[in-house]
Design a protein around this ligand. Structure first.
Ligand SMILES: Cc1cc2nc3c(=O)[nH]c(=O)nc-3n(C[C@H](O)[C@H](O)[C@H](O)COP(=O)(O)OP(=O)(O)OC[C@H]3O[C@@H](n4cnc5c(N)ncnc54)[C@H](O)[C@@H]3O)c2cc1C
Length: 543
């Protein structure tokens, strides 16, 4: 690996900037040796060891807002591109590596203060370096009765995850991490610092209580973008529920998904349940929290491999033969025992409208769970961060040559018809590109009102395999766009490809992003290229 220089910047200019960063931060917080900079490589990069791999030139680690202001001013004077990260654990979507090679990573891990946790408001105010583990420990040590909504790996940060619009698995109000934020502080490219929402009102005590403040609500501008460096963010937390209950609905007919999704949507939108619904097929046994699908039996594998996909009648006959359902939905409830028991009862009543459907009552658990009880469960649904996901997927799963993965994550409409169409499209794509997708694949329900599919494209150490997978990924982006499905988030290597598909009115959205970029960061020093937003000097170069 060799360190890259920023485009148009000489080694001398970079060295001069690094010396200025050293004066602002102290020598020990400026990293430029090959060994140190290698730590900011994306371990899951689909471009690994190729000339296009995104590599940093150096990294710097401020510890205060004033230091962040000082470094952006230095970068602005010398036109040095910076790439802010919080904890830099964005594996699957770009890791800690910059979107533009040669950028200096602005590593905010040292800014790891938990500024406030309020039990009565169920909220927290944190700096970028605060990880889910840090905040969990803080809450646990003080015995506060609030829960986090961690993503599967708990080592990342609340701020980095929310800014990339990540998701978790507890109650619906908290699963969309950007939506669950309340107020932020941002250092702009010229070193100015602003607070959003009620934070703009000096002496306000409701910064983490009222999101929108007064005037245009600008918070969204700072997620999946490159318009500022976020130095504080507030989050709403979930009050610790009294109990948890799950229940499963099993369906036997192919067509049942249509009424099922409509009823499920109504029940969720009417707040009859708040936990994340796990959709699956009993034939694959994949609707348990944190479970991977069972490998299909040889007979089922043959059926699923039918050219053009198995016919509904074939699937139904197979289900009858093995005595299993075809589709299932596992519902999860949080709240007082009396309430959640009544909610599940009501769900069963509504789903009984689907002929032949059957129900399984799941366990009712009183909170908090003991350490032993947690040990046996998928802990993120109980607000407890962990790293167990890496035993299921990622670098530990090496027998296949897979070193990691990147996420392909299209949003599709939340109705049964869209699931059938997606199953068909993805089965065809799987055949063409040799991906391990089953015709029974079901979408995920992280967010209300839309489904998301998440497929993991393997990343290997073999350059040729990675090239083939990149080509497949890009084709799939286009196939999805032709169906009106767009990705909600994508690895750095594909951000231009995905932005290209959001093309209404001759790319009016991208053109607007570019106008904003030119206005708030005219020298283009912040995260150039992130989410397909390039500063003017690099757009001109590309044209
Ligand atoms: C096996 C596996 C499972 C995963 N499961 C999930 C999951 O369940 N849910 C999920 O959401 N993700 C998941 N991920 C993806 C990823 O690991 C997490 O989202 C992780 O929390 C992101 O890392 P981070 O918090 O350190 O963010 P960072 O890497 O710090 O930030 C992400 C990006 O946001 C921008 N950014 C960060 N901080 C700032 C700032 N302060 N100012 C301006 N811009 C900033 C940067 O461009 C940065 O590259 C998974 C990954 C793997 C490998």
């Amino acid at each position: 690996m060799s360190i890259r220089l920023p485009p148009g910047i000489s080694q001398n200019t970079l060295d001069g900037a690094l010396r200025a960063f050293e004066s602002a931060l102290g020598k020990e917080w400026v990293f430029s040796s090959e060994e140190d900079v290698a730590l900011y490589r994306d371990a899951y990069s689909p471009l690994r060891d190729e000339p296009e791999e995104r590599l940093a030139s150096a990294a710097i680690a401020p510890s205060t807002v004033e230091e962040v202001q000082a470094v952006v001013r230095i970068a602005n004077e010398r036109r040095i591109p910076l790439y802010p990260i919080s904890t830099g654990r964005n594996l699957g979507y770009g890791g800690a590596a910059p979107a533009l090679s040669g950028s200096v990573v602005l590593d905010l891990k040292r800014m790891n203060r938990i500024l406030d946790v309020s039990e009565s408001n169920a909220s927290a105010l944190v700096e970028p370096g605060v990880s889910y583990f840090d905040l969990y420990r803080h809450i646990h040590e003080r015995g506060l009765k609030v829960w986090l909504d961690p993503p599967d790996p708990g080592w990342g940060s609340l701020i980095g995850n929310a800014l990339d619009r990540g998701g978790g698995q507890t109650a619906v109000q908290y699963r969309n991490h950007f939506d669950a934020h309340c107020g932020m502080e941002v250092v702009l490219a010229d070193g100015d610092v602003l607070r959003t929402g009620m934070g703009a009102l000096p002496n306000s005590e409701s910064w983490q209580q009222f999101k929108t403040g007064f005037g245009p609500w600008v918070d969204g501008m700072f997620s999946q973008s490159n318009f500022g460096v976020v130095t504080k963010m507030g989050f709403w937390l979930m009050p610790q529920p009294e109990a948890y209950l799950s229940g499963r609905v099993v369906m036997y007919k192919h067509a049942d998904l249509i009424p099922f999704v409509d009823i499920m949507n109504y029940l969720e939108n009417a707040s009859v349940f708040s936990g994340m619904t796990l959709l699956g097929s009993p034939l694959l046994g994949n609707d348990l929290p944190g479970a991977l699908p069972d490998p299909p039996t040889p007979e089922l594998a043959e059926l699923l491999a039918t050219p053009g996909g198995p016919q509904p009648a074939q699937l139904e006959a197979y289900c009858k033969k093995v005595g299993k359902g075809l589709w299932s939905g596992r519902f999860q409830f949080y709240g007082p025992r009396e309430v959640i028991e009544a909610q599940w009862k009501y769900c069963k009543k509504r789903f009984s409208a689907i002929e032949g459907v059957s129900f399984e009552d799941g366990e009712l658990l009183e909170m908090p769970l003991s350490a032993q009880e947690l040990e046996r469960r998928h802990t993120v649904i109980f607000g407890v961060p962990n790293l167990r996901i890496f035993t299921l997927m990622g670098r530990t799963e090496n027998s296949t040559g897979m070193e990691g993965h990147v996420g392909f994550s299209p949003i599709i409409p939340r109705n049964g018809k869209a699931i059938y169409e997606a199953q068909k499209v993805f089965t065809e794509a799987a055949r063409e590109f040799g991906l391990p997708l089953s015709p029974l694949n079901m979408p995920l329900t992280y967010w209300q009102r839309a489904f998301v599919y998440i497929f993991l494209f393997p990343v290997t150490r073999d350059v040729e395999t990675n090239r083939r997978n990149r080509e497949a990924f890009r084709k799939l982006v286009k196939i999805c766009a032709d169906h009106g499905w767009g990705e909600y988030r994508t690895p750095v290597a594909y951000q231009d490809d995905v932005m290209e598909t959001y093309s209404f009115n001759n790319h009016a959205l991208r053109r607007f992003h570019e106008r904003l970029k030119d206005a708030v960061d005219p020298n283009g020093i912040l995260s150039a290229g992130r989410y397909g937003i390039w500063p003017r000097y690099l757009r001109e170069k590309k044209a």
